[in-house]
Design a protein around this ligand. Structure first.
Ligand code: SF4
Length: 260
């Protein structure tokens, strides 16, 4: 195995929110987006970042690991994967930011027979990532806003390449769920959700969507990382509003699913 160093922000064992069954979620460092609501700013940098705790001590988020070290940390959970139908989920940050690293990890896990999923913004170079995507069993793709100018204002990039990559994912035949981070007054209007559902219906044969209501749990991280100036306050849609949007999605012929 090529054992170049890979910056891993966190490895979360026994996760049940990032795909089927019991999973190990590996958060790889580095992201090309800057979503204003992001709850994981410690994953933005492709390098480890230092944070300061309230007592003045410091904590480093992220560490360089070899691919072998990552796989060895995953391997003890294989018994749980087999018993539950689970596996590994590659997340971030943007797990496709360094495709050569991800390819090594995905190939190694495939050789062990581990089921694999990824959660991605789809803001990547298709030609560099297609072979990796084809090795996966399941994908979560994020759709943050259907209006490209709004998308750019909210995340720093427009959605042209993202939506085109999602169409390509649909043609690959990998089981895929489109996830929408749902934020009050930002993207939870009927028109945006209807357009998103219509896009999913046309682009993804699995025709599945999940709404992820905004939360502000990440605020403490901005404080610890000295990034408070980048924190934006948003509101969570009410349960009634979420139910209404889920009904709207279903009316568009798209199945609403819940992994979180
Ligand atoms: S894509 Fe994900 S990790 Fe990157 S900025 Fe947006 S929410 Fe944060």
């Amino acid at each position: 195995m090529n054992d170049g160093r890979i910056c891993v922000s966190q490895i979360q064992h026994m996760s049940v929110n990032d795909g089927e069954g019991i999973r190990t979620t590996v958060f790889l460092s580095g992201c090309t987006l800057r979503c204003k609501w992001c709850s994981n700013p410690e994953t933005w940098s492709p390098l480890p970042v230092e944070g300061r705790l309230p007592d003045g001590s410091t904590e480093v988020f992220g560490r360089f690991m070899t691919a072998s070290e990552v796989v060895e940390e995953i391997r003890p959970s294989m018994i749980f994967f087999r018993a539950s139908g689970g596996g590994v989920t590659w997340s971030g940050g943007g797990p496709f930011l360094f495709p050569d690293n991800l390819r090594i990890l995905v190939t190694a896990c495939a050789e062990l027979g581990i089921s694999q999923a990824a959660e991605t913004s789809c803001n990547f170079e298709w030609d560099q990532c297609e072979d990796i995507l084809a090795m996966l069993d399941f994908l979560f793709v994020d759709i943050k806003h259907m209006d490209s100018a709004r998308h750019r204002a909210l995340t720093g990039v427009d959605n042209g390449r993202i939506l085109e990559n999602i169409r390509r994912v649909g043609r690959l035949g990998v089981e895929t769920v489109a996830r929408v981070p749902l934020i009050s007054g930002v993207n939870d209007d009927d028109e945006n959700i209807r357009r998103t559902a219509a896009f999913v219906r046309e682009a993804l044969p699995s025709r599945k969507m999940e709404l992820l209501p905004y939360h502000d749990f990440g605020r403490v991280k901005y404080v610890m990382l000295g990034m408070e100036n980048l924190w934006h306050s948003f509101s969570t849609p009410s349960p009634e509003r979420i139910a209404a949007l889920e009904a709207l999605i279903a009316a568009e012929g798209v199945e609403v699913v819940h992994y979180r």
